[in-house]
Design a protein around this ligand. Structure first.
Ligand code: NAG
Ligand code: NAG
Length: 420
């Protein structure tokens, strides 16, 4: 197999913001749907910062909601743990299946009142929404991705946030929207691109059914998707908000979970294209959804000794011609080892590919409107992993916990109907 050097790979980073944060996604609940508390996040954040062999410091975290699980609008306890460990916060506001984000905004206001600058100075960005456009897209509906939200509604929420925090430091943090990579080339969603400071991409080659999604193709699949999204967003910075490869679990089309493959993916996507080049929130340090058959955690029981060597190699296996700016097919042809199929699928339409699904949202969110029960997640389409699936729980309040993504994946796999 031909080995390519890293030198040419840096062009993906063009358009990235100046600070290339490194972190993980972190849901609001554990795999048994119980709430996470401050001590849980303390453990996560300490492990993230202490990971042996890491190619940088994982001292940032992406959250899906600001609301502590099973509360009405109390600030999530992750904030206190972040303050104690100096962990940077990419905040998230859960926006699927709702017409109001008031509870999220209330939780943020309470956090400001309680912690002041100790909290505010850690906030590196906020995502208004997570995979809502995906869930509301043709592919999301086909995959029974659950209730999402449309572009106009997301833009309205962005306006609500700006108005609420116009006189606060929170009004100055860069605002983004996270979604699966394939929603960005859809021109109906352009109003969202226009409304944000940065664009969040969830991208999982693992879930790209029908696109020759073996681990050996993952580098090309990732580059293809990234470049298509990049071409669609007109120069706004890209943050990769979710990506990863499962260490364990069932096969997904040609994609095989294993520790060895997770290491391959870490090298070829993380080291080659993302770490220290693009703000990156890996999926994941800890799994959050017990129903997901795939395990994405790179470490067991939050040990600082990961399942595989996190250090980065000097050379890579993914072919590149050094021009990642637009055409995926171009890069695919450059490859020595790639099969022909990689090339053809790269040029196809994004809608069939899935990437993602996996994870995230899951982690997530807290939702509040009990009427809607979005069941699930994401599909595979393009992308993203996560999707949040709000799982109604029996908490004291009527607040639902979205345990997203992982459930979503499972839902997709089994036909989703059982969750509905
Ligand atoms: C394009 O985006 C709009 C708005 O999000 C959505 O309703 C539509 O289904 C999307 N088109 C496809 C083909 O997914
Ligand atoms: C992780 O924790 C589980 C449950 O306590 C335990 O069964 C397992 O052996 C632990 N794994 C390691 C590597 O310590």
């Amino acid at each position: 197999m031909k080995v390519f050097t890293a030198v040419a790979a840096t062009s993906l980073a063009a358009g990235a913001s100046a600070e290339n944060w490194m972190g993980f996604n972190s849901g609001a609940v554990k795999t048994d749907n119980s709430a996470k508390f401050k001590s849980d996040w303390l453990q996560e954040f300490k492990t993230a910062q202490g990971l042996k062999g890491a190619p940088g410091t994982f001292n940032s975290v992406r959250l899906y909601t600001n609301i502590q699980s099973y509360s009405e609008s109390d600030p999530i306890e992750a904030f206190e743990a972040a303050i104690e460990t100096k962990t940077n916060l990419l905040l998230g506001i859960w926006t699927s299946g709702t017409t109001s984000i008031d509870k999220e905004l209330t939780a943020l206001q309470k956090a400001i009142d309680k912690y002041g600058d100790k909290f505010l100075d850690l906030v590196i960005g906020i995502s208004i929404g997570s995979e809502d456009l995906y869930r509301d897209s043709a592919t999301g509906r086909a995959n029974k991705g659950g209730v999402g939200n449309g572009p106009e509604q997301i833009v309205k929420f962005i306006g609500d946030y700006k108005k609420k925090f116009a006189d606060s430091k929170l009004g100055k943090v860069p605002i983004g929207h996270v979604d699966t990579w394939d929603v960005w080339p859809n021109s109906t969603n352009k109003v969202v691109i226009d409304a944000v400071d940065w664009v969040g991409l969830d991208e999982y080659p693992y879930y790209e059914t029908g696109k020759h999604n073996s681990i050996e193709q993952s580098g090309q699949r990732f580059d293809s998707a990234f470049n298509k999204a990049k071409a669609a967003i007109g120069g706004k910075p890209i943050w990769v908000t979710e990506t990863g490869w499962p260490t364990d679990g069932p096969k997904w089309d040609e994609a095989q979970p294993s520790v060895e493959n997770a290491k391959y993916y870490w090298n070829e996507i993380g080291c080659r294209q993302l770490f220290n080049k693009v703000p990156t929130f890996w999926y994941n340090l800890r799994d959050s959804n017990g129903e997901n058959k795939q395990t994405f955690a790179i470490t067991e029981n939050l040990s600082t000794t990961p399942k595989f060597d996190l250090s980065c190699p000097k050379t890579f296996k993914t072919p590149t011609d050094g021009d990642s700016s637009s055409s995926a097919s171009k890069s695919a042809t450059a490859s020595g080892s790639a099969t022909a199929s990689g090339t053809s699928s790269a040029t196809g339409s994004a809608s069939t590919s899935g990437s993602g699904s996996g994870s995230s949202g899951s982690e997530s969110g807290s939702g509040s409107s009990s009427g809607s029960n979005p069941a699930s997640g994401s599909g595979s389409q393009a992308g993203s992993a996560s999707s949040g699936t709000p799982v109604p729980t029996a908490g004291a309040n009527s607040v639902q916990i979205f345990s997203a993504a992982f459930t979503a994946i499972v839902a997709v796999a089994v036909g989703a109907t059982t969750l509905l």
